[in-house]
Design a protein around this ligand. Sequence first.
Ligand code: PDD
Length: 281
Amino acid sequence: RIAYVNGRYLTHANAAVHVEDRGYQFGDGVYEVCEISRGFIIDLTGHLDRLGRSLSELSIEWPIARSALTVVMREVIRRNGVVDGLVYLQVTRGVAGRDHFFPAPDTRPSLVVTAKKIDPSFYARRAETGLKIVTVPENRWDRVDIKSVGLLPNVLAKQQAKTSGAHDAWFVDRDGFVTESASANAWIVTKDGVLVTRPAQHGILRGITRTTLFKVAEKLGMKIEERAFTVEEAKAAREAFVSSATTTAMPVVAIDGQPVANGHPGSITLSLRQAFFDVAE
Ligand code: PDD
């Protein structure tokens, strides 16, 4: 495998950043994950737009021009022979002696790009059985709209899910409303077949897959309500699912040990999943 690190293509085993990289020391950086399907980078424009927004919110410069970054992404994908899988990119504020203050303005942001093959049948099989979810109290900061590499609460929530025999965790805010999953957006389908997902203005990352699913739903003639829902509502829902670049729409079949509806993946979720690649760009 090959990884791109600050202008160079290195063998994956030897690809490294400096010990004083601010991403490493402070989590001072941002990232994106894009799905690659049949050789295409799915929703590339959306992901790069969001990267630009994350960078700008943190006053980090683009490490290279956006067009050059696209070239690098394609080159890493090509060099790794990835047809189906994902491409990961990470930008940090760069390398500087440890000091909380932003480093000197001439410090160059660090850029890492990796790509990995994933057998599409892996997620297809998972969609047949669906995900088990545990709920955990929301304990993240209030800028989760920035796709920051500071993912400790997400890591701990995911690990807690695993320890409990589940696949993923849903964060629940103080008022009992689900915000999102540790690495995806959360959705339910009401008894009337309406898709419900939390508004992206506060408390969640504005998922690129989420935005594409709005278009998919429209095409399929489904209704969407952007509003917060509670754990209780989710448990009693007709269906539940999560969305992310890696999973697209992935059924949720149990929440805190209680089955969602009959405990099987929902047909609406599966039809969204089915139609996704017809709409994604
Ligand atoms: N996670 N919410 C969180 C907290 C996420 O980490 C992600 C993506 C999403 C969905 O965003 P998108 O649809 O743009 O992938 C929502 C990526 C896949 C990850 O961390 O691996």
